[in-house]
Design a protein around this ligand. Structure first.
Ligand SMILES: Nc1ccn([C@@H]2O[C@H](COP(=O)(O)OP(=O)(O)OC[C@H](O)CO)[C@@H](O)[C@H]2O)c(=O)n1
Length: 316
């Protein structure tokens, strides 16, 4: 029997709610349970709220509502339902933005929405980058990364960052459909992914430097996985290697949490960093679920998974 953890937190990814009939992924292989995903979220919230003590906070790893909402003029109502479900939690929620948020809203709109969990006082990366960090307990820090800081989604086509991202995407992906990875040497260069700007990487490096100095353990989160062994070759951040290089230049990072790849994934990298990609709620049958609670100890984190998320012990 383990002793009491220092603290615990909830994790959930890719809810992709829409008030729509079930559909399928792009390949027609995986069923997407658009309506049920909200029920699964509500069940997750109830389970977290019933824990004694409840998690100190919840990490929502992106794609709260599906892109189909935009086409139906239902973005605002869908988001409100998801946020209303999350408001029943007795704990704050830290959000990252995924591609489906950006199919529904501009970054500007998201910054004014309930999906902006970045404290107004947070010193983050420059521009409209959503990255920030917080310390929930002495010697522990969480870094929220913005994996669509460099992206063609969510910004006006005239914005310099949009133009920079489109130039890079077209350089790497000559396909007519920029969402198609067909024939690419670097198949992560698709429109539904994004990357980290140099400003954000520099900021990230400084945060980790301070954490090293203060002997903190750091958990990093972002919508897109950054290690090929915790993902398929497509569902990675464009410049995932740059983010990995920053992490590996420091001692403090113990775990990277992501969503996006609905089948989930896990690996421990060459530097002992755990990379956990959570199974997505949207492709989880109504009788199951996909969320978890992570219990944090001095020497490890224990993931108690629910439904199709496995239990896991991650030693530092
Ligand atoms: N080969 C492809 C794949 C996708 N698309 C189109 O891109 C948009 C986003 O795809 P979608 O599957 O909805 O993205 P998710 O973030 O839900 O999932 C990511 C991983 O695939 C899940 O494991 C959409 O419009 C697709 O039609 C494409 O054109 N070509």
């Amino acid at each position: 029997m383990e002793g009491a953890p220092l603290f615990s937190f909830g994790v959930i990814a890719d809810i992709q709610y829409a008030d729509a009939e079930d559909g399928y992924d792009f390949w027609g292989c995986r069923r997407r349970y658009y309506r049920h995903s909200l029920r699964l979220l509500r069940a997750a919230v109830e389970a977290w709220a019933a824990e004694q003590p409840p998690p100190a906070f919840v990490l929502q790893l992106g794609d709260t509502i599906d892109g189909v909402n935009a086409r139906r003029g239902a973005a605002e109502s869908a988001l409100e339902r998801v946020l209303a479900a999350l408001r029943r939690l007795p704990a704050p929620v830290h959000h990252v933005w995924g591609n489906h948020e950006l199919y529904n809203f501009s970054r500007e709109r998201l910054a004014r929405s309930g999906l902006n969990s970045r404290p107004a006082s947070a010193a983050g990366a420059a521009g409209d980058c959503q990255a920030y960090h917080f310390s929930p307990a002495p010697r522990f820090r969480f870094v929220v990364l913005d994996a669509y800081d460099l992206s063609v989604l969510g910004r006006d086509a005239a914005a310099p960052r949009h133009r920079q991202a489109l130039r890079l995407l077209k350089e790497k992906n000559p396909n007519e459909n920029l969402n198609s990875p067909a024939g690419l040497k670097e198949p992560q260069f698709v429109e539904f992914n994004g990357g980290f700007s140099q400003d954000q990487l520099d900021w990230f490096n400084e945060v980790l430097k301070t954490s090293d100095e203060n002997q903190e353990k750091v958990v990093v989160m972002g919508h897109l996985p950054i290690h090929p062994d915790s993902s398929d070759r497509v569902c990675l951040a464009w410049n995932y290697e740059d983010a990995l290089s920053v992490i590996h230049a420091h001692q403090c990072v113990v775990c990277f949490l992501a969503g996006h790849l609905h089948d989930g994934g896990y690996c421990v990298d060459s530097h002992g960093v755990h990379h956990l990609t959570l199974e997505g709620v949207i492709e989880t049958p109504p009788e199951s679920n996909a969320f978890g609670t992570i219990y944090v100890y001095d020497d490890k984190m224990i993931l108690k998974g629910r439904g199709r998320i496995s239990d896991r012990v991650m030693y530092y």
